[in-house]
Design a binder for this molecule. Structure first.
Ligand code: B12
Length: 358
């Protein structure tokens, strides 16, 4: 049966077969939330992420990316695994790595599955059609299309939350010129809850649904290449790559299912790594243990910087050391400006008793 109506159901069935937990169709229309992006940029909330500003025009609408686009097939992939949340970690000497980065790099894993889905659609289609597939790196506001594809709603922590699965979801999409049956948008189920806003260590959720990246620990530990502002160093706590706090406290993640997909299972070296071990690790070893994981997005000096601040926050500030040929990144002037640096002890993340362990 050619891929016209009702192709949507067949595409979703194929997506499920390929390992996507969620799949829905959004119309390539004027979706109101898309317009917020320009306002967000104007407020300076993108920090130093120039790549967002440079692609702003295309990010405003997928039809600027695929002329003739009619539909956006959005897929959601569960990456949660059965491990304690960062808010439950009690040992300050353990480095916190976000759970999305524990396993294989999702850009590679999901990119392959998305290409398989698109290849299948091309085989099935009655005639050729325009299409582009993206996971994270495309000039697309993925969360907005995911909401209109019925995968979930954009929570107050700006994460896409699915009522059944929670927000431990990677998003990816195929923008295409096929006139597919769109799904019903999911509606907002955050209600009066503000746990994420309260728990964010730096107050980066400046208002519901709005993140000021300049304050977000995920931005500060991954995207920022230079010095972490003094005012945020204590709040960084033990975070060495990304931050899960606003998701850890979310009620919709308290009974989140775990994936048994080998791709997302934690690598032993990234599973509750000790800060001192990470600092002592030679650059070659650090490259080896992060190879093929999303952690390669932060370059070695940034990772060393994060570890240096986290060690100081754990009350074990490093001393300036002689250059170590096995760890040239530790000698980076930017890193040395963070050695021994901490503005006092990190604020405790306030997690109301009943949220997790009841
Ligand atoms: C730039 C970026 C970041 C930046 C900026 C964060 C941000 N909120 O934008 C930084 C580096 C800080 C970041 C951090 C993280 N990111 Co990121 N990131 C992106 C990226 C590349 C672009 C997002 C974007 O366009 N931001 C622009 C702003 C304006 O969008 P927004 O904050 O989402 O706001 C939307 C809504 O809030 C809404 N909105 C705004 N105001 C209002 C008001 C109302 C009333 C309503 C209803 C809506 C609304 O409009 C906006 C529409 O875009 C996307 C991939 C993509 N191509 O979309 C991944 C993406 C959003 N990130 C992702 C992840 C996993 C993370 C982290 C959890 C990683 C981690 N653990 O450290 C954190 C979470 C931080 C957070 N709470 O958002 C996933 C999210 C999956 C999900 N379930 O939501 C994505 C989709 C990547 C992927 N393909 O899986 N990220």
């Amino acid at each position: 049966m050619p891929l016209h109506r009702p192709a949507s159901t067949r595409i979703k069935a194929k997506a499920a077969e390929l390992g996507f937990e969620l799949c829905g169709i959004a119309p390539a229309d004027d979706l109101p939330e898309l317009s917020f992006f320009a306002e967000w940029l104007a407020r300076g909330y993108a920090g130093e992420m120039q790549w967002l500003t440079r692609t702003a025009a295309r990010r405003a609408d997928v039809r600027a990316v695929v002329p003739g686009a009619r539909s956006v097939i959005v897929t959601g992939t569960l990456y949660n695994v059965d491990r304690p949340y960062s808010t439950e970690e009690r040992d300050p000497a353990v480095g916190l790595v976000s759970r999305y980065a524990w396993g294989d790099d999702y850009h590679d894993v999901i990119g392959r599955r998305l290409d398989q889905l698109l290849a299948w659609m091309r085989e099935e289609a009655a005639e050729p059609f325009e299409a582009r597939a993206y996971v994270d790196t495309g000039p697309v506001q993925e969360r907005v299309y995911a909401q209109y594809a019925g995968l979930g709603w954009i929570g107050k922590n700006a994460c896409l939350i699915n009522e059944r699965i929670g927000s431990w979801l990677f998003l990816s999409e195929i923008i295409c010129s096929l006139p597919l049956e769109p799904d019903t948008p999911a509606f907002d189920r955050c209600g009066t809850c503000t746990l994420c806003l309260e728990a964010c260590p730096t107050g980066a959720i400046v208002e519901p649904h709005v993140i000021d990246s300049n304050r977000c620990l995920s931005y500060l530990t991954i995207e920022l290449r230079g010095d972490i502002p003094e005012e945020h160093r204590a709040a960084l706590g033990a975070h060495v790559y990304g931050c899960d706090v606003c998701q850890d406290v979310c009620p919709y993640n308290q009974a989140a299912p775990a994936s048994d997909d080998p791709a997302w299972q934690p690598r032993p070296s990234l599973d509750r790594p000790r800060l001192a071990d990470l600092w002592r690790m030679p650059d070659a070893e650090l490259r080896r243990v992060t190879k093929g994981s999303a952690m390669t997005r932060a370059k070695l000096p940034a990772l060393r910087r994060n570890v240096a601040v986290a060690l100081a926050n754990a009350g074990r500030p490093l001393d300036l050391e002689a250059a170590d040929p096995a760890r040239p990144s530790a000698g980076d002037p930017m890193v040395r400006r963070h050695v021994g640096s901490s503005a006092g002890t990190p604020p405790a993340v306030s997690v109301p008793r009943d949220v997790r362990s009841g």
